[in-house]
Design a protein around this ligand. Structure first.
Ligand code: ADP
Ligand code: F6P
Length: 329
């Protein structure tokens, strides 16, 4: 087999994330600059199996960098988790002359890329998820926009919570990871920050904090709760019953995944997209692009999937100190 890459495919998979379009644009334009043709695969692995494949040129990615979502569409595809589905995916690639695929998505999407690579199609992953839960990288596309969107929304809830002297529980996304909750908890000056990685399920502590704060004259109490803990509405009911203070739950939901990407998401996604195209055109396979210690790099997918990630201890300690300081003044 000739190792020369003549045509590549690009797809987005799993949950969409602001900045994915910047990554697609960079993949397309960098590949074309290297003399490689590009095909867009719509709706993730589902679109691959259904042969929803389009030719892309430089113009296909004009006027997209500022748009949220993904111009290629995305999906979750159960069939692709089976060996039969993966073989079919590789056959479709061969049918369309696709020698390699750039997959923009999270851990699950990387497993799909790993499987496709085993079937003889070169693959490179780019971290695209608002959750920041990919172990090998310090940055994932969409996180920066999502935390800024959530932060602005939380400021607004805080205003009304203060006016009404209420307690507010605001639930943010992140699947099983607490990074969005941690960042918003610190950036919004929350009184309590509940992270799935650290939560001890001791609601009485939270209730005591609220009562003590109120005695000291605080007019609001802001609790940032991570989706991985959930149950914000029932938590609000229990807190109100125990404290006698009006308590409201707000679940921010999908608004966190939409909107125009921040400068950081556009910039980093652009660099990662170009990097992925470069290493794919160089003949690399089964790799993922990462930002580690301020440098863009790449890892073997098997190695990347075996890595562990946790909330950094020092950042967690600071978040505890800053939220608890408001309880002791
Ligand atoms: P994310 O990529 O954001 O983590 P998912 O976990 O939903 O999102 O994965 C996206 C898609 O990747 C799945 O719908 C499926 O098509 C594919 N995928 C997930 N896990 C595997 C697997 N073990 N093998 C092959 N494909 C997988
Ligand atoms: O992975 C991104 C994310 O928004 C998570 O924060 C959330 O748990 C999940 O996707 C929701 O997925 P769906 O779009 O399938 O409801």
């Amino acid at each position: 087999m000739s190792d020369e890459i003549k045509t590549i495919g690009v797809l987005t998979s799993g949950g969409d994330a602001p900045g994915m379009n910047a990554a697609i644009r960079a993949v397309v334009r960098k590949s074309i600059a290297r003399g490689v043709k590009v095909k867009g695969i719509k709706k993730g692995y589902m679109g691959l199996l259904n042969e929803e494949i389009i030719d892309m040129d430089s113009h296909s990615v004009s006027d997209v960098i500022q748009r949220g979502g993904t111009i290629l569409g995305t999906a979750r595809c159960k069939e692709f988790t089976t060996e039969e589905g993966q073989k079919k995916g590789a056959e479709v690639c061969r049918k369309y002359g696709i020698d390699g695929v750039v997959v923009i998505g999270g851990d699950g999407s990387y497993r799909g890329a790993q499987a496709l690579s085993k079937q003889g199609i070169n693959t490179i992953g780019i971290p695209g998820t608002i959750d920041l839960d990919i172990s090998c990288t310090d940055y994932t596309i969409g996180f920066d926009t999502a935390v800024n969107t959530a932060m602005e929304a939380i400021d607004k809830v805080r205003d009304t919570s203060s006016s009404h002297e209420r307690c507010s529980i605001i639930e943010v996304m992140g699947r099983n990871a607490g990074y969005i909750a941690l960042w918003c908890g610190v950036a919004n000056g929350a009184e309590d920050i509940l992270l799935p990685e650290k939560y001890d399920f001791n609601e009485q502590n939270i209730i005591n904090n609220i009562i003590n704060n109120r005695k000291r004259g605080k007019t609001h109490h802001l609790i940032i709760n991570a989706e991985g803990i959930g149950h914000s509405t029932s938590m609000a009911r229990r807190i109100e019953a125990a404290t006698g203070i009006e308590t409201r739950a707000t679940i921010l939901g999908y608004m966190q995944r939409g909107g125009s990407p921040t400068c950081k998401d556009r910039y980093y996604a652009s660099i990662m997209g170009a990097y992925a195209a470069d290493i794919l055109c160089d003949g690399k396979t089964n790799r993922v692009v990462a930002l580690k210690h301020g440098e863009f790099t790449d890892y073997d997918i098997d190695e990347a999937l075996a890595m562990q990630k946790d909330i950094p201890d020092y950042e967690y300690e600071v978040s505890r100190l800053l939220s608890s300081s408001s309880k002791v003044i």
